[in-house]
Design a protein around this ligand. Structure first.
Ligand SMILES: Cc1ncc(COP(=O)(O)O)c(C=O)c1O
Length: 330
């Protein structure tokens, strides 16, 4: 399978894009101001210090426990290349960049499969001898949250437990990732900022310094630095508001999809839903003919052509998707 396939390259020009996991939120004034300030600072090298301080304050950590990232993805490439783990567990179906990065670094990969009925992770499936485990919480493409006690059960002395929380802002009730050695965060999903490349990780100062030693200088640009600083200080109520809007649209979409014949849909804590079709033949093409793009899931290890992932979008868009699926499945 192609581990480097992502949802951003699927929609034809002009199609209604359910393939990419981006909620089309308007940019709030504080974020627009931050991006403008970043642009105004373009004559200087980026200054990471204000963002590190703001992120540290938000998470009640020290600034030397924060590493800014050129998008959450940079975490996986830094971890893989700085640490060159011997053997790593990658949870599947899951986001494929961690495995791509680890493979590139020569790490031996142990796939750990979620149970395909409820997409739960059994910590006993992770071999004792892996020195790195990466899990998504919520997980993409299943939308599942990992209960805190299962997460803790993955931790071991001498093993690095990496928790990718790129979608966590959509799940405000999620339990904190106690036991995670590295927590990865992103502005991409919650603030619809995929093109800016803004993320960060939290880890102990020694590990942050080690990963930092493998970064090129100024890899996080001035727009990203300003956006990261502003987002860390933004009113939590705004994040909760976006999460609530997404949750409302997701519940409605889930209910409508569940009534379609031959469609199984799983509950999700994020801004997308995973579907399994009894008769997948022609569905993706039929939707494309109707101007709608969805994410085929056969590039996720553990899934085949009967699975598709759809983003949660505002209500009228979702109604178009459901209507088109109705026609295509009939
Ligand atoms: C689980 C997960 N983590 C990370 C990313 C990438 O985030 P970023 O844009 O911050 O690199 C994605 C993008 O699809 C994702 O699905």
């Amino acid at each position: 399978v192609n581990l480097r396939l992502h949802g951003d390259t699927i929609a034809a020009p002009g199609a209604l894009d359910f393939a990419i996991n981006l909620w089309p939120a308007p940019t709030p004034p504080w974020l627009g101001d931050a991006l403008e300030a970043g642009l105004a600072a373009r004559h200087h090298y980026p200054d990471e210090a204000p963002a590190k301080a703001a992120i540290a304050a938000r998470h009640r950590r020290r600034p030397d426990e924060v590493l800014l990232l050129n998008g959450a993805c940079e975490a996986f490439w830094l971890l893989a290349h700085a640490l060159a783990p011997r053997r790593a567990a990658c949870v599947h179906p899951g986001f494929t960049e961690p495995e791509a990065a680890l493979r590139a670094a020569g790490t031996d990969i142990v796939p750990v499969m979620l149970d395909p009925d409820r997409w739960e992770l059994d910590p006993a499936d992770v071999p004792e001898d892996v020195d790195l485990v990466i899990v998504g919480n919520p997980n993409n493409p299943t939308g599942t949250l990992l209960p805190a006690e299962r997460l803790r059960a993955l931790a071991r002395p001498g093993r690095l437990l990496v928790v990718d929380e790129s979608f966590i802002d959509f799940a405000p009730a999620a339990e904190p990732a106690d036991g995670g050695d590295v927590i990865v965060r992103s502005l991409t999903k919650i603030h619809t900022l995929a093109g800016i490349r803004a993320g960060y990780l939290l880890a102990d100062p020694d590990l942050v310094a080690r990963l930092d030693g493998h970064r090129q200088p100024w890899s996080v640009n001035a727009l990203a630095c300003h956006a990261l600083a502003a987002a860390a200080g933004a009113p939590p109520s705004e994040i909760l508001q976006i999460a609530a809007e997404v949750a409302e649209a997701r519940t409605a979409l889930h209910t409508q999809l569940a009534t379609l014949p031959g469609v199984r849909v799983w509950p999700s804590a994020a801004n997308f839903l995973l579907l399994k079709l009894d008769e997948p033949g022609g569905v993706i093409d039929g939707l494309a003919d109707r101007g709608i793009a969805v994410r085929p899931c056969d590039s996720f290890p553990g899934l085949d052509g009967s699975y598709i992932r759809v983003a949660v979008r505002p209500g009228p868009d979702n109604a178009r998707l459901v209507g088109a699926l109705h026609e295509v499945l009939a």
